[in-house]
Design a protein around this ligand. Structure first.
Ligand code: IFM
Length: 451
């Protein structure tokens, strides 16, 4: 990519949508309000001792009580789309059975508010808040959880129907499975690769079962899934490193893309997992491989790796890149990777539509005299939107770009230590302050709408 080219609004089709994304547990708070049940994240945040600042999502951004003003904020930022997630335990407090009407009403009102303000709703059904009661019965290690998820999907689609433009069954099944069941940094905090592979399989099966459940109650809404993707690059020329790059790509990207779009697991990685491969029933891959209307991808950074035999499979150690910019997550800013992943996914998996469901940077932001100067994020947005424009020019059917995140929020195992928002949140007062990046984005969207 040429050094820092400003994106041209005209490079995006007229109907292209720009907005931001959030997820329920990260912003809603109100964990005991109106009959909400507990999720495994409530339990993990309170009891695991593994949250960097010891915090929980009990209050978060208090969005549950501030939804109307937050939607007004979204409109004031010029956004034309908004991606949120539906908290499963708010709708079905124990995971299945009786619907908690006030919980479902909340999302009904949210969708109405968005539509009334001309903002296109994108809804994700599972952004990691598995009902605690289901977790207690085995969670994603238990096959029956997949069927419970399909029931939940049906409940939501029955109520929200075609008012939602685009449904995603899952957000980042890779992260749910790997970080939650293998690395132990996220709920449920387990550290077992075999369990992670079984959880990943069940998550994808849940996706496959939920797709027809969503379609049964919608006519025009898009149905799809959101995957986190990351391109891998070799940091040296050793053959072992080339192999580690291939395996890391297989574990992160192909393990999910191949079953969902091609109906099979990648054979090279399947063999490398040996005895740890998941239990797969006869029709599972057929169920997982549903025709989809759209794929959302979450893109943040790349992996720049060398082979390191001392590390667990895929033996890939991330090494720093001289001169690169890093966010406070320690993630390299690498916009070219977004263009490459969009083009590659279009060519190898050919989803009917693509959208960037998350893309953003955590930085050390502060409010000074009512302003938040975040030049690194402004540039991050400019460069990643330019990457999207280039992907469009290469024929990628990209429909929307959604930044992560609308506002600073609960960054899971890192608590409130990371600020990803376009809007700064003062957690003591719940004041939202649009950062310079949000103002730049508003200007960009305004110029696009004027086309
Ligand atoms: O905050 C998360 C989000 O919940 C899922 N995708 C990555 C983001 C940043 O880590």
């Amino acid at each position: 990519m040429p050094a820092h080219t400003l994106p041209d609004p005209q490079a995006f089709p007229k109907e292209f949508l720009f907005g931001a994304a959030t997820s329920a547990y990260q912003i809603e708070g109100a964990v005991h309000a109106d009959g909400r049940g507990l999720s495994m994240w409530d339990s993990f945040a309170h009891n695991s001792g593994r949250i960097a600042d010891g915090s929980t999502g009990d209050v978060a951004c208090d969005h549950y009580h501030r939804m109307e003003s937050d939607v007004a904020l979204i409109q004031s930022l010029g956004h034309t789309a908004y991606r949120f997630s539906v908290a499963w335990p708010r709708v079905l407090p124990t995971g299945r059975g009786t619907v908690n009407t006030p919980g479902l009403d909340f999302y009904d009102r949210l969708v109405d508010q968005l539509l009334a303000r001309g903002i296109t709703p994108y809804a994700t059904l599972y952004h990691w808040d598995l009902p605690l009661a289901l977790h207690a019965q085995g969670g994603w290690l238990r096959r029956d959880t997949c069927h419970a998820f399909a029931e939940f999907a049906e409940v939501v689609a029955r109520r929200l129907g075609d008012r939602v433009h685009s449904y995603a069954t899952l957000n980042e099944p890779r992260c749910s499975a790997t970080v939650g069941y293998q690395e132990g940094r996220h709920a449920p905090g387990l550290q077992d690769r075999g369990m992670a592979l079984q959880a990943a399989h069940h998550l994808m099966l849940a996706h496959g079962l939920a797709v027809p459940a969503l379609r049964a109650h919608t006519r025009t809404a898009q149905v799809g899934v959101v995957l986190d993707v990351k391109p891998y690059y070799a940091a040296d020329t050793r053959t072992e490193t080339t192999h580690a790059v291939q395996m890391a790509d297989g574990v992160f990207n192909r393990w999910f893309l191949d079953p969902i779009f091609h109906g099979h697991y990648p054979q090279d990685v399947w063999q490398a997992h040996g005895d740890l491969v998941p239990v797969v029933h006869a029709d599972d891959l057929q169920t997982i491989c549903q025709p989809l209307d759209a794929l959302g991808i979450n893109y943040y950074t790349r992996g720049h790796v060398v082979h390191d035999g001392a590390l667990p499979f895929p033996h890939a150690r991330e090494v720093p890149v001289d001169g690169a910019t890093y966010t406070t997550m320690g993630w390299e800013v690498f916009p070219e990777g977004l263009r490459q992943m969009l083009v590659r996914i279009h060519r190898e998996y050919a989803p009917a539509n693509l959208y960037v469901a998350e893309n953003g940077a955590a930085l050390d932001d502060h409010v000074h005299a009512g302003r938040v100067h975040d030049p690194v994020r402004v540039r991050y947005l400019q460069e990643h939107l330019e990457a999207c424009a280039q992907a469009l020019a290469q024929g990628v059917p990209l429909q929307a770009w959604l930044g992560w995140s609308l506002m600073d929020n609960y960054e899971w195992g890192k608590g409130y230590t990371q600020r990803f928002g376009l809007c700064h949140v003062d957690y003591a007062t719940q004041t939202r302050t649009p950062k310079d990046s949000a103002l730049w984005l508003r200007e960009f969207i305004t110029r696009h709408r004027a086309i």
